[in-house]
Design a binder for this molecule. Structure first.
Ligand code: GYE
Length: 322
């Protein structure tokens, strides 16, 4: 009997054209009957940062009694698009999407919207309008991170450096904006020169490999490295050491994330600083979902607050880092 009533309410709301309200009502009906179901499409799950983020989402869902359908695209954008289609077919109540690239998710966003499934972009941007093509973006401010990395490097290098930039995945919003923010500052200094800029895919093995090849073919002395994440910086440190250089002494290195190995490298005086990129986004993400269910207004971009790790504070945070 209750089911019939629920159905009648939903039909009533649809026919009276309550728009966004009817969708929310429908979700409430569903949750009343059973658990809410949320799909999470993760781009890959193979680095400390990604694993920390995945675990944060999973444990928060569990804590709140929400069923989570987890999809790992294993770095494959085609698979990630299919994963989203699968979640839409599963008629989940919400989709959380950590998109690998910026440009390629237009169709997926459109399909979720057509299916009236609110979609939250997590940690990276995908092209589209918040509130229109997706509900909101929950992520760090990558431009700010790039600017901070540059400011720190300028100071540490006394406004003069030959910089190697190890960029993240080409076409990802994290790589695009971290490069942009960095240049906004670096370009103001005549003697801060980027001598090489190459992608190392946000991972340690490529960081090492790419750094090795840059060292081999360099024309100028390398005095600084800016890596778009810690994993690549750690790979670069290994390559520099293998080539007889002394990271922390003759090469200043700055990166982004704040993972445990990076804090250890700061304490070892090999990494100069790491700009935090907080991966623990479970609580804020499910708060957004709960607030949205209550009909509250959701801001288009929810920005994580990130700190800066240096020798001043790394010891304090290393044990609790991921
Ligand atoms: O910094 C990096 C990861 O998109 C914020 O992606 C994320 C970045 C993070 O692979 O380590």
């Amino acid at each position: 009997m209750r089911k019939i009533y629920s159905l009648l309410i939903v039909i009533f709301l649809f026919t009276t054209g309550c728009g966004g309200q009817s969708l929310r009502q429908e979700i409430e009906e569903k949750t009343e009957e059973g658990k809410m179901r949320v799909g999470f499409s993760q781009m890959e799950n193979n680095s400390p940062w990604r694993i920390a983020e995945t675990n944060s989402i999973k444990s928060e869902a569990e804590k709140r009694g929400i069923e989570l359908i987890f999809m790992d695209a294993e770095g494959d954008v085609e698979k990630q698009i299919n994963d989203i289609k699968y979640l839409i077919d599963q008629k989940v109540d919400y989709i959380i999407l950590a998109p690998k690239l910026y440009e390629e998710f237009g169709e997926a966003l459109r399909l979720a919207k057509e299916a009236k499934i609110p979609l939250i972009l997590l940690d990276r941007k995908a092209k589209g309008e918040p509130g229109e093509d997706y509900l909101t973006l929950i992520a760090s401010d990558f431009i700010w991170q790039g600017q901070q990395a540059a400011n720190i490097l300028v100071e540490a290098a006394n406004e003069e450096a030959y910089i190697v930039e190890l960029t993240g995945t080409e076409g990802s919003s994290a790589a695009i904006d971290r490069a942009k923010g960095f240049r906004e500052i670096i370009d103001q200094y005549e003697n801060m020169t980027i001598i090489a800029s190459e992608s190392a895919e946000f991972n340690r093995a490529d960081g090492k490999r790419v750094m090795e090849s840059i060292i081999r073919y360099r024309e100028k002395k390398i005095t600084a490295v800016y890596a778009h994440n810690d994993e690549m910086a750690i790979g670069a440190i290994q390559a520099l050491k293998a080539a007889g250089m002394h990271p922390g002494q003759d090469v200043v290195i700055v990166s982004i994330d704040g993972e445990k190995d990076a804090l250890k490298a700061i304490i070892a005086n090999e990494l100069y600083a790491s700009i935090e990129c907080n991966p623990f986004m479970g609580p804020v993400t499910f708060d957004v979902i709960e607030r949205h269910q209550k009909g509250e207004e959701i801001a288009p971009h929810i920005v994580s607050e990130d700190r800066i790790y240096t020798i001043e504070n790394a010891i304090r945070y290393v044990d609790s880092a991921y």
